[in-house]
Design a protein around this ligand. Structure first.
Ligand SMILES: O=C(O)CCC(=O)C(=O)O
Ligand SMILES: [Fe+2]
Length: 259
């Protein structure tokens, strides 16, 4: 994973990064089979018919201790490198939800969508616990659809190219949540699982925490932009006007609010 420049170019033009299975690792990939058999056993034990998504044929799941194990042993180091060198971000600024998607036989078809909004910033990391082929319902993406915000109707008429993301067992895939994508039909006889790690940017208060070692200045009272500048000007230069405005406004301010 050394050629960051070409990975970066690929990511910014297409909207995803596909990393092949890590070969030099002490992780025993045979454990993935145990995980999948546990998951399939649980599927047969539980009555999931009422769960939203069952009818569509795609459910979310939480992989329990298994997700943390995979994250710690196989993903954390790789994703850290991607964050630092390609996304120019700090992984410590993100919180992780350990999840997964299971795509049922003969189901799983979805419409194109984004996983959330532009804010907060979010990345989706997938890990293939077994091979994902054109047969068993790979995720399909709209290439480059992360570049700017588009409403659904424009997406429907857009000429963006589609690509089904097939993966080998052990492969890692990263995409921003704003890349349009969908689950596709699973034509095989077996459910298709995939692990899904959702990385969401923590609120910016962290900027002011003890973690930030740099001195920096930030705004006081007034808002940014022209309106804020205007109010600040009145406040400073025409203090009496401001006082009168404040006095009258305070009759209407709700209990407990700044007045
Ligand atoms: O399972 C998949 O291939 C994609 C599922 C998905 O995008 C979703 O449920 O939001
Ligand atoms: Fe999705």
């Amino acid at each position: 994973m050394a050629d960051y420049k070409s990975l970066e170019e690929f990511y910014s033009s297409n909207g995803y990064i596909h990393l092949k299975k890590i070969e030099k690792t002490t992780y025993n990939y045979n454990q993935l089979e145990n995980f999948e058999s546990d998951l399939l056993r649980k599927l047969t034990e539980e009555n999931l018919k009422k769960l939203p998504g069952y009818l569509m044929g795609n459910l979310n799941f939480s992989p329990g201790k298994f997700g943390i194990d995979i994250w710690n042993n196989l993903l954390q180091k790789e994703i850290n490198i991607i964050f630092k060198n390609i996304l120019k971000e700090d992984l410590n600024d993100y919180e992780i939800v350990y999840g997964g998607n299971i795509n049922f036989p003969k189901g799983g078809k979805q419409y194109f969508h984004m996983d959330g909004n532009f804010v907060p910033k979010r990345y989706i990391v997938h890990f293939a616990t077994s091979d994902i082929t054109l047969l068993n319902g790979p995720t399909e993406i709209l290439l480059s659809s992360h570049k700017k915000w588009l409403p659904f109707w424009k997406i429907l008429f857009s000429k963006l190219k589609k690509r089904k993301l097939t993966m080998k067992k052990g492969d890692i895939l990263l995409r921003p949540n704003i890349l349009w994508h969908r689950g596709t039909k699973n034509y095989s006889e077996k459910p298709r699982p995939i692990l899904t790690f959702i990385l969401t940017k923590k609120k910016s208060e962290n900027l002011y925490s003890e973690k930030n070692k740099d001195i920096f200045f930030y705004k006081n009272i007034f808002n940014e932009g022209f309106k804020g500048k205007f109010v600040e000007f009145i406040y400073v230069k025409l203090g009496i006007l401001f006082l009168v405005y404040r006095f009258f406004r305070s009759f209407f301010v709700k209990h407990g609010r700044y007045s």
